[in-house]
Structure formats: C-alpha cells, structure tokens
Design a protein. Structure first.
Lengths: 385, 340
C-alpha cells in the first residue's frame, strides 16, 4: 500500500504501538498459560513465589517425574505432525469418503478418529519409545523440567470428572442441535416477513435477552421441584421430577439462548437475497420446500457461527446448571466449583487447577479451528444492532 | 409470507420463549408477593416418665407442622403484599443507617451492599473496556498483516474462556503467595494480603472483567476501523489536522454507533455480574445483585430455598435492567421507523 508520506508513522509511535500490542498479548495469554504450567507441577512448585521454580519444577523433578529433552522434542514432533496432517490430509479424505449430503457427519467422524489416534500415539506409544531410547542418548534422556500428569489422573479418574464431561457433552449437544433447529426456522421466518408482528417479536426477544438468568431460575425452581405433582394429570403415575434432569436443563438453556439465536440468524438470512427463494416460489415450491432446497445449502456459514455461540453459552454456564442439576449429573463448570469448596490442601488446589485447564482445552481448540467464524459472529451483531 | 406460514416457521421458537421465559417471569412476579410455608399447629403434649409409685408427667406446648392424610407436611401459600420486598430491602435498618449517616451500617445490609457493588462495578469497568478496546483495536490495525491473525487468536482467548474459570485463573495468580502477589510484594517492598479486604478483591474483579470483555470491544472496533473513509482522513490531513485530531474528529465519530453498541451490551452484562463472586470466592466481602438471588435460591443447611425472597430480589434487580433498556429500545424503534 502506498500511503502518502505524511500519513506514515514516526518511529516512536510505531515502537509504542508495537510495545502496547506485545504487552496486551502477554496479558491476554498469561493467566491461561500460567495455570497450564501450574497444573503439571507438584503443589510445592505450583505455588512457588519464584517464577523460574514454577516453570522448571525442581521439587517435581526431585519426586522423580519430569520431561527430558528427548521427550519434549518427540512430544512436540507428534503434536506438530498431527496438526499438519489435520490441516493438509484430512479435508480431502473427508471430502472423498463421506457420502453426499453427510459431509458434516464425515467431519465429526474424522475429528473423533484424529483425537483417538492422537491420544493413542501420545499416551500409548510415545512413553514406550522414550523409555527405550532414553538410556541410549545419555544426557538428552535426563529430566530437565519437572512435570507430572498425576493431577490430571486424579481429576479425571478418581474425582470422576469424566462423568461431568459426559454430562457437559449431553447438555451442549442437546442445546446446540435444538436451538439451531428451532432458531433457524424462526430466523428465516422473521427475516422474510417484514411485518410489524415480526418487529415486535424481535423487540420482546431483545428484552428477554437482557434478563438476568437468576430471575428465570427463580421462576423454574419451585415448578421443577414439584413437577411430579402437577404433571400427574398429564402423564399419570410416572410423572418425572424435572429438577436434576439434563433434559430440563437443555430446554431451559435453549429458551434462554433463543433470543440471541433468532437475532443473529435473522441478520444472516437478511443477507441472503430474497430473490433466491422467490425464484423457487415462482417455480411452484412451497415456503418450506424453498427453504429446504434453496436456502439450506447456502445458510451453513451463519448456522455454524450461531452454533458456536450456542455452544459457548451452554458450555460456560454456571448459574443454571449449578441450580437445576443435582450432584449426580453435574456438568463440568459447577463441578469444579464444588471441587474448590473442599479444597483444603495445596494438592487439592493443583487438582482444581488441572480441572480448570481441562475445561479450557476444548475452548482453545475451538478458537483455533473457528477463529474466522467467531470474529464474524462478533461483528455481525454489531453491524446489525 | 402468509400469517399461517409465518406462524409455522416462528411458532416453535415463540413457544419455547413463552414457556421458559415469559411464564417464569409471571411466576417470579407472583411468588414475590406470596409466601409458601408449612402450617404449624400448637398442641399440648403430655409426656410421662416412669417413677416410683406414680408416673411423673409434664405437659408441654409443642409446635409442629400439620400433616395431611399421606403423612406429608401441608404447605400454605399466603398473599403477603410487599412484605417480602421489605424483608429483602430491610427498610428499618436502612433508615436507621441513613439517619445515623453511617455508611458502614448501610454496607452491612446485604441488598444495599450488593447494589453498591453492582453499580460501581458497572460504571468503573465501562470506560476502561471502551478505552482499552479502542486502544487494542488501533494497535492491531497498526500491526503488520502477517501477525494480525495470531494476535487476534490470542486476544480471543480471554473472551472465550468460561467466566468462572477465567476468574479462577486470575484468582490463582494472586491467591496466597501467587506469582503476581509475589511480584507486587517485591515491587512495593511490603507484605500484601489481597484477599483480606473488600477493595483489593473488587480491584481484581474489575481487572478480570476488563481482561474478559476488552477483546470483544477490540474486535468490534477493529471491524469498524476497516470501513473508515480514507478520503476524509486525507482531506483532514491536507487541512493540517495532526494524528490526535484525526483520531478524535474522524475515527471516533465514525465508530460512535459501535461505541454505543458495545457500551449497551457491556452495561447489560456487567449489571448481571455474578461469576466473579464465585470465581474469587468473594461472598464474604463483596456480593452482587444476581449473586444475592442465587444465594436465596441455594438450599440452606435445612434444605430450604427462600423462593419468595429470591423472587423479590430478582424483581428488584430487573428495575435496573428496565432503566438500562429504555435507550436501547428507543434506538431500535427509531431504526425500525426509519427503515419504513
């Protein structure tokens, strides 16, 4: 770009801007990076006041667990190869193997396969290889950084975090699928209607979006706890108590998410030219058929973006899930709150840190894969109001 | 689109919203004026213990809940008017505190304490979020094309992280002799106990919130910066405007609608501040309005939830939301009229 000479920035300004940017990146990433480092250390190291001790973990290394240069190099190599394969090789494979119309399913299968393969190689094959090679390479095989995965084992196996993970999976899958199905139809209807009624629906949705979630939960709780009584006339003796049921939480989160979903999808549909479905209508399609044949193939970018935000809402929620689910089917975020309530020793604290990192890891991957969609979703709301 | 087709498209969504948003609202409104509690009866109970020659008997008055045929506790719902609101607001203590002109006494009442923190938190973080958001957007815009992608990736992390976890991760940096507390102590050369008083916890909460929301503001502003009219920038330059004047007179007015948008979203979200209280374990020092409702809803030691109090505090919270919403609705209405 050939900017006018007068517009070019003086060096001092450029340096200031660069410094500020670097500082911001540090502040943005530091807390997350730091707790990730902490989660691999023994309690003594994790809460050490000297940052170098936290990073290199002398106490952890003294306990006999650590990584050698060989292990670090091989580990990074596996991660790098996986990332590269996923970017280069997987898309064509998915495209060629998934049957027509099931590309989305193909991606899910591919993601699961890649994840499984990675876990197998990283935690199964790699330790064997390093054990074999370790004694052969001399100093390179000696531990230099103290690190241990025992806290992750404690969290996932002993504390039963895997059950919480399953519950989170159930709730988020339910919320995303239902809220997208319901929201897509509504968003399309609202974008194409233009009537005053549609406007008022959107306004009321806007008001609903601003309600504190605790207000809504205060409304559900008495009804849900007593639901066995008042559902009897409808469902007979087997009427369920809705309190504590994941299905009830899914319904609640879908509803809470609905105002946002329809606003966002409406603005996406408004950008798809109406001529497209009108042409289909002229050819004799009903509204639903036009929607299915003409709109559905072109709506996916918008739907994926909205789906991401629905996922975030369901995954990140603390208030609704902690109040409406009982301990037996708790999701991950409220479970960690329960974990630090009994956190008395520093070991418990590091276990809680490991749990926090486990919750953050999927989000990290999500941003990596869907950065573009997330940014477009954030700005779409702003441009349309 | 015919009304019938429109209804078929929009129906499921409306149904969900009516059932799970509108209905609970009505139910909360109703609950805030009523109290449901077990009916108690006082009965005379004669208890006797065996003694020599004759039994020793004592009669006591005992209060116990009335049971129905099935052996369950009978509950009764009673209309109490504004009584629950008075209980939540604790007007008696409030007026006493006002008459004594005692701020500490006022801050010992849960509701007023929560209100004070919620308002202060909202008003302090707003300019910080807008300012940092704009600054980050400007420097990202200024950076070379190659590093923009990674920088935006890093910037998204604080925004995307689960709020409770984000608050916790900041908490761990400061708790005890956490790494940043150690750094501050070394810098200020004195011992710090950051979790021992309210104001330091509040500062950390505000820091967390700005860290969490500034990326959102930055990305929205960054998108806005891409559409700044280059011609007007150049003509301003010819007219002799310096860098600062160009920013103030051209770029910021161009971003004004986005600034208002971010401010509105931020006001609504921070007014609902809640996760920070959980993440920083601050309930002993600092509470927010939404946390107050949450606390009423969590079962106490006896397993009872104070539904009516929660409803009343929820209704009181919504007054603030209503005030915040008015300008937003006005603007949407104007846009709607303008588009016809």
């Amino acid at each position: 770009m050939s900017t006018a000479k007068a517009l070019r920035q003086p060096a001092s300004l450029r340096i200031m801007s660069g410094t500020f940017l670097a500082l911001w990146c540090l502040i943005a990433a530091f807390p997350i990076a730091w707790i990730t480092v902490m989660s691999f250390k023994s309690p003594v190291d994790a809460f050490d006041a000297n940052p170098l001790n936290v990073i290199f973990g002398p106490a952890t290394r003294a306990d006999g667990s650590g990584w050698s240069i060989l292990e670090i190099v091989l580990g990074l190599a596996v991660i790098w190869v996986t990332a590269r394969m996923t970017v280069r090789r997987v898309p064509p494979l998915v495209a060629s193997y998934s049957p027509g119309g099931f590309v989305a399913l193909g991606w899910v299968v591919a993601a699961v396969l890649v994840a499984l393969g990675f876990v197998l190689v990283f935690f199964g094959v790699l330790p064997l290889v390093t054990d074999l090679l370790g004694p052969l390479v001399g100093p390179l095989g000696r531990d230099i950084i103290g690190a241990t995965t025992e806290h992750y084992q404690t969290v996932w196996i002993e504390r039963g975090f895997i059950d919480n993970f399953k519950n989170s999976l159930i709730v988020t899958t339910g919320v995303v699928t239902i809220s997208l199905t319901v929201g897509t139809l509504a968003g399309y209807g609202l974008a194409r209607s233009g009537s005053t009624l549609a406007f008022w629906i959107l306004i009321i949705a806007l008001i609903f979006r601003s309600l504190p979630h605790s207000v809504l939960v205060a409304g559900y709780l008495p009804v849900f706890i007593n639901s066995a009584e008042w559902l009897v006339p409808l469902l007979g003796e087997n009427a369920p108590t809705l309190y504590g049921k994941p299905a009830a939480v899914i319904a609640v989160l879908v509803a809470i998410n609905q105002p946002f979903t329809i606003w966002m999808l409406r603005s996406f549909f408004a950008n798809i030219p109406a001529d497209l479905d009108e042409a289909a209508r002229v050819d004799g399609c009903s509204h639903f058929k036009a929607f299915r044949l003409v709109i559905m193939p072109v709506m996916w970018p918008g739907v994926i973006t909205t789906g991401l935000f629905s996922f975030l809402l369901a995954y990140n929620d603390f208030l609704v899930t902690s109040l409406l689910l009982d301990a037996s089917n708790q999701t991950m975020v409220p479970a960690i709150a329960g974990m630090f309530n009994r956190e008395t020793t520093t070991t418990d604290q590091v276990v809680a840190v490991a749990a926090a990192v486990s919750i953050t890891a999927p989000l990290f991957l999500l941003v990596m894969v869907f950065q573009r969609q997330i940014v477009s979703g954030l700005t779409a709301g702003a441009v349309k109001g | 689109m015919k009304p019938k087709v429109f209804a078929a498209f929009v129906g499921p969504s409306i149904f969900m919203m009516l059932l799970f948003i509108a209905f609970p609202l009505v139910s909360v409104f109703w609950n805030s004026f009523t109290v449901t509690q077990p009916i108690y009866e006082t009965v005379e109970v004669e208890s006797c213990t065996a003694g020599f020659l004759e039994q020793t008997c004592t009669t006591e008055m005992e209060t116990r809940p009335v049971l129905n045929e099935a052996g369950e506790i009978t509950r009764q719902t009673e209309f109490v008017g504004f009584q629950t609101y008075r209980n939540v607001l604790e007007m008696g203590r409030f007026w006493e505190a006002v008459q004594d002109r005692s701020w500490t006494a006022l801050q010992n009442i849960d509701f007023w304490k929560a209100l004070r923190f919620t308002l202060m938190f909202t008003l302090v973080t707003l300019p910080l979020v807008l300012g940092f958001g704009l600054a980050i957007a400007l420097v990202i815009n200024n950076a070379s094309q190659r590093i923009k992608g990674p920088v935006i990736f890093l910037s998204l992390l604080p925004f995307i992280i689960t709020p409770v976890i984000g608050a916790l991760s900041i908490n761990w940096l400061f708790r005890g002799d956490g790494i940043l507390t150690a750094l501050l102590e070394w810098w200020l050369e004195q011992d710090l106990a950051l979790f021992a008083q309210a104001w330091t916890i509040e500062l950390m909460m505000m820091f967390y919130r700005v860290w969490h929301v500034a990326p959102f503001a930055a990305i929205v502003f960054y998108a806005g910066l891409q559409t700044v009219n280059q011609d007007s920038l150049e003509s301003a330059l010819i007219d002799g405007a310096n860098r600062w004047q160009r920013l103030r007179l051209i770029i910021i007015p161009h971003l004004a609608p986005l600034l208002i948008f971010v401010a509105m979203i931020h006001l609504m979200d921070t007014y609902r501040v809640f996760e920070e209280v959980v993440g920083f374990r601050a309930e002993g020092y600092v509470i927010s309005l939404q946390w107050l409702t949450y606390d009423f809803l969590t079962p106490d030691q006896a397993g009872n939830r104070s539904i009516s109090r929660a409803s009343a505090s929820a209704m009181l919270t919504m007054i603030g939301i209503a005030i915040l919403l008015v300008p937003l609705l006005k603007r949407t209405w104007r846009d709607h009229k303008g588009s016809h």
